[in-house]
Design a protein around this ligand. Structure first.
Ligand code: KIV
Length: 265
């Protein structure tokens, strides 16, 4: 740790201003207190306490088996340690099937898990849920493109929106979510040209993962960018630890690379 003075907490307004000024937002996933402290010290603006924890922490094959209690455990770990970064927590699969169920789940993530914002996957099909959450003052982040909770339907982790019909549907999802009131959008594994179109159409910050450089910010799964996730990784993942020698230096290098636009290349 550097012991530098504590910066002001990042708010949604901070992230909105960064995106309007063209300043890139550096985001990583985190699931525990120690990484959370280190990541904040290295300059990360925003955390996603993602249901990717099911794969990288719990050893499942996908995010589908992750429960609300699993999310609450990790979100609370992060909230106890977190001082500055904006915290987005995933609503896990099966926890937001109806507006009422989504509100009950989201309230627990905020009240017990210290979430600043909850994230859910889907588009046009989730409008009623998003509107219900927003009308009850729960900030919502949408997630379009590759939806890991639907991986069994796709038959694997594949780039989405490659043809005109697929791209149009993802753009329509993004627009519908914005209309419903999301305060942020994650776009996963789509062609860079589609992510650019989505970013241009959105007034809220757009965070990309495997979606090219045009988004307002980037996110990676922490264990992927440290090279400790087992198995084959998507091509967009870069192992920052290999080049930088310590976890702190690797994360600081990631933050610099996102900010100066050198990642993703
Ligand atoms: O679960 C997750 O880690 C995510 C990604 C977008 C980072 O949702």
């Amino acid at each position: 740790m550097t012991g530098s003075p504590q910066p002001d907490p990042v708010t949604l307004a901070t992230l909105q201003t960064m995106s309007q000024r063209g300043e890139k937002i550096a985001c990583l996933t985190t699931y525990d207190a120690s990484f959370t402290r280190l990541l904040e010290d290295a300059g990360v603006d925003m955390f996603i306490i993602g249901d990717s924890l099911g794969m990288v922490v719990m050893g499942y094959e996908s995010t589908v088996p992750v429960t609300l209690d699993d999310m609450l455990y990790c979100a609370a770990n992060v909230a106890r340690a977190g001082q500055t970064a904006w915290r987005v927590v995933d609503l896990p699969s099966g926890s937001y099937e109806t507006p009422g169920q989504a509100l009950a789940s989201a309230r627990r993530l905020v009240e017990e898990g210290g979430a600043h914002m909850v994230k859910l996957e889907g588009g046009v099909d989730r409008v009623a849920v998003v509107e219900h959450l927003v009308s009850h003052d729960i900030p919502v982040c949408g997630h379009v493109g590759l939806l890991p909770q639907s991986v069994e339907e796709y038959g694997g982790y594949k780039v989405q929106g490659r043809d005109a019909a697929g791209a149009g549907a993802i753009l329509a999802d993004a627009r519908a979510l914005q209309q419903a009131g999301v305060g942020m959008l994650v776009v996963e594994c789509v062609p860079a040209s589609l992510a650019e179109q989505i970013s241009a159409a959105m007034q809220v910050p757009v965070i990309g993962i495997g979606a090219g450089a045009a988004c307002d910010g980037q996110v990676l799964v922490l264990y992927d960018m440290l090279g400790i996730t087992a198995g084959k990784l998507p091509r967009f993942v870069k192992d920052f630890l290999q080049e930088h020698g310590s976890v702190h230096a690797a994360v600081a290098a990631y933050v610099r690379a996102v900010r100066d636009g050198s990642y993703p290349a």
